[in-house]
Design a protein around this ligand. Structure first.
Ligand code: FMN
Length: 157
């Protein structure tokens, strides 16, 4: 196995969806930041979600979340899910994506890969520990992101 440097760009360039909730109620939003790695000897995916996002409520309540990746032709759909809030409209219906309900979590049929994640750690970022350039750019008006680390329990292709 050799490190492919594309993995460092996967979130920032291709984006992904983080989805939390269940078949009764769920929400999905676009993420451009995230990480794949290892924690406590477990394979993990890490996402960073601001408390003001509607999805944050679902992440707080859910034991599981999914991180799903899409081909370039879905970029516009991801743009929509990253600009509208599920609080204000049924953006998932608007997106045209097909929800797929898993034993643990929700994803979409159109994803080329979904990571099913069991939440094993969450922490609100500490404003005092964030470098000034990031405070100025991202946190002048909104509280810092919450970091969620999920153990990847299943990879669905
Ligand atoms: C390309 C892109 C990347 C984004 N990345 C993140 C992210 O990593 N974390 C975050 O909190 N918001 C991110 N956002 C913003 C949310 O996706 C956006 O606020 C969304 O409308 C929240 O939806 P919700 O209120 O239904 O949860 C991103 C938006 C876009 C368009």
């Amino acid at each position: 196995m050799k490190l492919d440097e594309n993995v460092l760009q996967i979130f920032n360039s291709d984006w992904a969806l983080v989805t939390a909730g269940d078949k009764n109620k769920f929400n999905a939003m676009t993420i451009g930041w995230g990480g794949l790695g290892t924690l406590w000897s477990k394979p993990v995916a890490t996402v960073y979600v601001k408390p003001c996002r509607y999805t944050h409520e679902f992440l707080e309540r859910s034991e599981y979340f999914t991180v799903s990746f899409y081909d370039g032709k879905y970029k516009k759909v991801l743009g929509l899910l990253g600009t509208k809030s599920g609080r204000d409209c049924d953006k998932v219906a608007e997106s045209g994506l097909t929800p797929r309900f898993l034993p643990n979590g929700v994803t979409f049929d159109e994803a080329y890969v979904t990571l099913v994640c069991r939440k094993i750690y969450r922490q609100d970022m500490d404003l005092n520990a964030i470098p000034q350039f990031a405070v100025d750019r991202y946190y002048l008006n909104e509280a810092p992101h919450t970091m969620y680390v999920g153990e990847v329990t299943q990879v669905i292709r």
